[in-house]
Each structure stands twice: as C-alpha cells, then as structure tokens.
Design a protein around this ligand. Structure first.
Ligand SMILES: [Zn+2]
Length: 286
C-alpha cells in the first residue's frame, strides 16, 4: 500500500514529465474512481490546461493546473500508481494524461480500483476536503501538535500513528520502523508516552520517512512500483517490517511478528527487548 514515501516518490517522478506541460488529452477509462464527476465532465474540465505544479498532501497527489483551471487530486489508496512507461497490465489503466511534452502519455493504474480521482476548483476547496479526513502531514507536524494529538487517545500508539485523522501519511510498514527507532512498544497507550518518548517519536518520524523517500519507497509484492516500473529499495535495509524471527539489528534478540489490538488485519514487528511494554522503573540504588 502506498504510504507517504511512496506517494512522495510518485510526485517526484511525475514532476519532470508533467510540470509545465499542457494536458493535450485526458481520458478516463474507469468512471468508478471519479469523485462527483462523470468521465466526460472531468475530461472537459481539465483538458487543455497547463500543469502548474505537482505536490503531495498526505497520501494525495495534487496536480495544480494553471489559469485557475483547478486541481486534480489523485489518491492511489491501496493499489494505485503512475506509469511513465507503458504499464505491464494495460487492463488496470484507469486514467491517461496525454501531454505536449517528451513523455507523451502518463498512465494511472489501479488493480483493485480503490483509488480516487477528484477535481477541485481551487486550493481552498481541496484543502477543506483534505482537512475533513486528515490531520497534519507526518513530515510537517510539530512536536507540540503531535503530543497534543496523542494525549487525546487511549488507543495503542501504533494504530494511532496510522490514523490519518491524527497525522497523515504513515501506514503499517513505517509505523513499525518508527516505533523501533523511538524504542516504543507498538501497544503502548498513546496518551501515556513520556516527554522523552515523545521526543524520540517526533524525531524518528521524519528520520524514517526521509530514508524511505531516498530509497524510493517500499515494494514487497506485485504492488507498489516507481513511475518507471522499478521496486522501491527501503525494505532491503530496514530494521523491522517483514523480518519476524530475524535478530534485532540493535540487540540481536529475535524480532517478534504479531498482531496487536486495533490492527488485527496486519502484522506488527517489534523487538521486545528494545521496545519493552513496561519500561523497568529506575529504582534508587544505594
Ligand atoms: Zn532489540
């Protein structure tokens, strides 16, 4: 599933191909993904517009059009992704953007059709739609804001980090890495983190996400690929996700793969020694 680093990688891949180009032709192949528009309406609205800029907002790809032509917002969700080369599964193509640039066609594919394609007349409308369902971006949230948001919930820290309404961009893979780096057990109650733990958590979020962006994200099955069809490299050198039973890179203890409350459907990886559920109380020694 594309998380923040994968969507950021998509945006960086799209920029040189799409930025400054004119959308010569726009073709919706699957109306099911469109929000509030028919295929014809959407195509008519954006066709002929110049792409001003391409940005990421949480896990949204935001394509801002010039001359007040609005914004195209694409949510890849579970299995969506962009291709600058002909996709290996043409039957999964949902949208084609044809430009006047050297990359004539840009394809958006989505195997499970869970992605969304929307258009907003302006940045304010898009921002409003985003803020209705999302908290601050995980790369931009301040230490104070993160602390305040975690203090409000009695849920476990891992499902809370993955709740897009709390902060936007973190999914299952990076939550495991971030909590390992911060030495916090994934089942700890979010509101009980100490100041020191919050400091470590707040520092670990951008550290892990930046490393993942540099590696162009994580590919673990036939799912996520870069815009050139390549696998992301993060999971070749990561610490926790997908490494149940292997030695912890910090202490050598076997990494546990388990399921935790609030996240029954997906695996959680952690080191019970580096991330104890109940940190031993420091008792005064004589
Ligand atoms: Zn360990």
């Amino acid at each position: 599933m594309p998380e923040l680093p994968e969507v950021e990688t998509m945006v960086r891949g799209l920029r040189p191909a799409l930025g400054g180009m004119t959308l010569r032709e726009v073709q919706v192949l699957d109306e099911f993904l469109l929000v509030d528009h028919t295929a014809r309406e959407f195509e008519r609205t954006v066709q002929g517009a110049m792409v001003d800029r391409i940005d990421r907002r949480g896990k949204w790809v935001v394509i801002a059009l010039g001359d007040r032509r609005g914004l195209i917002v694409i949510q890849p969700r579970m299995t969506g992704g962009f291709w600058l080369i002909p996709p290996d599964r043409p039957d999964h193509i949902r949208l084609i953007l044809r430009t006047d640039g050297p990359r004539e066609s840009i394809w958006f594919c989505d195997n499970r059709r869970l992605g969304k394609i929307a258009w907003y007349p302006g940045a304010e409308e898009a921002e409003l739609a985003f803020s209705r369902s999302h908290g601050p971006d995980a790369l931009e949230i301040s230490r104070a804001e993160l602390g305040a948001r975690l203090a409000r919930t009695a849920r476990g820290i891992k499902p809370t980090l993955m709740d897009q309404k709390v902060l936007a961009g973190i999914g299952n893979i990076y939550a495991d890495e971030i909590l390992f780096r911060a030495r916090i057990h994934p089942s700890r109650t979010a509101s009980t983190l100490s100041n020191g733990e919050l400091d470590r958590l707040h520092a670990s979020i951008p550290a892990v996400l930046s490393e993942a962006i540099a590696a162009e994200g994580s590919s673990f099955d036939a799912g996520y690929r870069t815009v050139l069809g390549l696998e992301g490299g993060f999971l070749t050198g990561n610490a926790m996700y997908g490494r149940g039973g292997q030695p912890c890179p910090n202490c050598g203890h076997a990494i546990e793969k388990t399921k935790i409350a609030g996240l029954i459907g997906r695996p959680t990886h952690f080191c019970a020694r580096c991330q104890p559920l109940d940190p031993p109380r420091r008792t005064k020694t004589r």
